[in-house]
Design a protein around this ligand. Structure first.
Ligand code: ATP
Ligand code: MG
Length: 413
């Protein structure tokens, strides 16, 4: 993003004008060297947080105790962090004390991996005291300094290690991997939310199968705060890279299915792993559809059963499940009716409406016509109408539906 770079440059220049040191640092330097899109730009500076706050009009003290101030500039946000070395660590996370030091190299030394420990000056020159560029060239994830110590300081780095290896398709340096295996049990000190955020990034990357394989070999999930005995079907996992990253919910559904979890178990698992409710429901509803299809009654028209299912689970879940089964091809274990697999998409797209809220009549129409008191029967009647309209047995026309309502009510009486 050119605009983001331009305004970011203004932020950097202002710090320099006022006599401070200031550099681009971390992910943005790495991504630019790799030719990958840069999504956020972080700055490291010798200026104290109070000085940063006084220099810029709009700032947010996002992590002031860690020396981080977010500078807002033309709707872009830049995280400006004062150089620091971290003191003792508490419970393998969170520094106890943070001392500010005017030393770029010290700041870089506290970063996790060599490829993340580079800074770029405003003139474009790269500060790279830990040979990050060399490791970028070799495609290696390597801890800055002694890997075991670094994982002891912050166990989340073990998951980040696997995440970066997966997203970039990099190898893990031998000592770093050995240290990860040796320290894996300390992953239980990491909040599930932080673990989950890294997993999401892994799953949204190019080749999640790689990271999932590394996770399996590392046994990190089994040692997490909420342990998960992770033993996926490898043949199914192999298909996960075929699903585009933009359809990450389908990737998640495949992963859970490959782990042998049903919709209910998946719902619990995703809850334990602190997934936001919306995403959690999106993922489990895909598995719900699969379970319902597996239980369809061969003696009844599949199209009817499918339409009811779409109305219950939602159009997106139904289409997502069809996508998932396309990717799994014969990799699934369930015997799904081929008629549904072949026609499900067309049946879905031919539906007139997908939700009660789209129906041309509502509960109050039913009540007015019947003159009876409300109750569950109203929903029952509306649902019958919904199914008929969705299946195009009736038009979604208020007049026609009212006539139909009159007929139904009079025959019920
Ligand atoms: P991306 O934002 O693309 O996921 P990133 O490298 O920018 O990758 P962030 O989590 O945004 O990752 O962190 C920014 C930088 O902060 C990293 O590049 C790294 O230098 C440093 N960093 C982040 N987390 C840690 C950690 N747990 N231990 C040490 N350094 C870290
Ligand atoms: Mg970042």
């Amino acid at each position: 993003d050119k605009e983001m770079a331009r305004y970011g440059r203004e932020v950097l220049a202002k710090l320099l004008e006022h006599g401070h040191e200031a550099y681009w640092v971390g992910g943005c330097v790495r991504d630019e060297l790799m030719g990958r899109p840069v999504h956020d730009m972080d700055i490291t500076t010798s200026a104290r947080p109070e000085e940063v706050e006084s220099l810029f009009e709009k700032t947010v003290p996002t992590g002031i105790e860690h020396g981080t101030v977010t500078v807002l500039c033309h709707s872009y946000a830049y995280e400006v962090t004062t150089y620091r070395v971290e003191g003792a660590y508490e419970k393998h996370r969170r520094p106890l004390e943070v001392e500010f030091v005017s030393e770029l190299k010290e700041d870089l030394r506290r970063r996790d991996f060599t490829i993340n420990a580079m800074a770029r000056a405003i003139d474009g020159s790269i500060m790279d005291p830990y040979d990050g560029q060399k490791d970028l060239g070799k495609g290696l994830i390597r801890c800055v300094g002694d890997a075991r110590t670094r994982f002891q300081e912050d166990a989340l780095r073990m998951v980040r290690c696997i995440r970066f290896a997966s997203v970039f398709g990099f190898s893990i340096a031998y000592r770093t991997w050995r240290a990860l295996l040796a320290e894996r049990e300390s992953i239980r000190f990491v909040a599930m939310e932080r673990f989950r955020v890294e997993l999401e990034k892994l799953m949204e990357g190019n080749k999640p199968s790689r990271g999932l394989g590394l996770l399996y070999r590392s046994k990190l999930p089994a040692h997490a705060k909420v342990p998960f005995e992770y033993e996926p079907d490898r043949r199914m996992i192999a298909h996960i890279d075929d699903i585009p990253p933009s359809e990450a919910v389908i990737r998640w559904a495949l992963l859970l299915y490959a782990c042998g979890l049903n919709a209910e178990e998946s719902h619990d698992m995703l809850g334990n792993w602190t997934f936001p409710n919306r995403v959690r429901d999106q993922i489990t509803s895909i598995l719900d559809v699969g379970e319902a299809v597996a239980e369809m009654n061969a003696g009844m028209p599949y199209e009817q059963q499918w339409i009811k299912l779409v109305l219950r689970s939602g159009r997106d879940a139904a289409l997502n499940w069809l996508r998932l089964s396309e990717f799994l091809k014969n990799g699934g274990t369930e015997p799904y009716p081929s008629e549904v697999l072949e026609n499900g998409r067309a049946w879905t797209e031919e539906m007139e409406i997908y939700h009660l809220s789209e129906l041309a009549i509502a509960g109050k129409d039913v009540l007015e016509l019947s003159g009876r008191r409300g109750g569950p029967w109203v929903g029952g009647i509306l649902n019958e109408m919904l199914i008929k309209v969705a299946a195009r047995a009736l038009p979604n026309d208020k007049k026609v539906l009212i006539d139909e309502l009159k007929r139904v009510i009079s025959t019920n009486e």
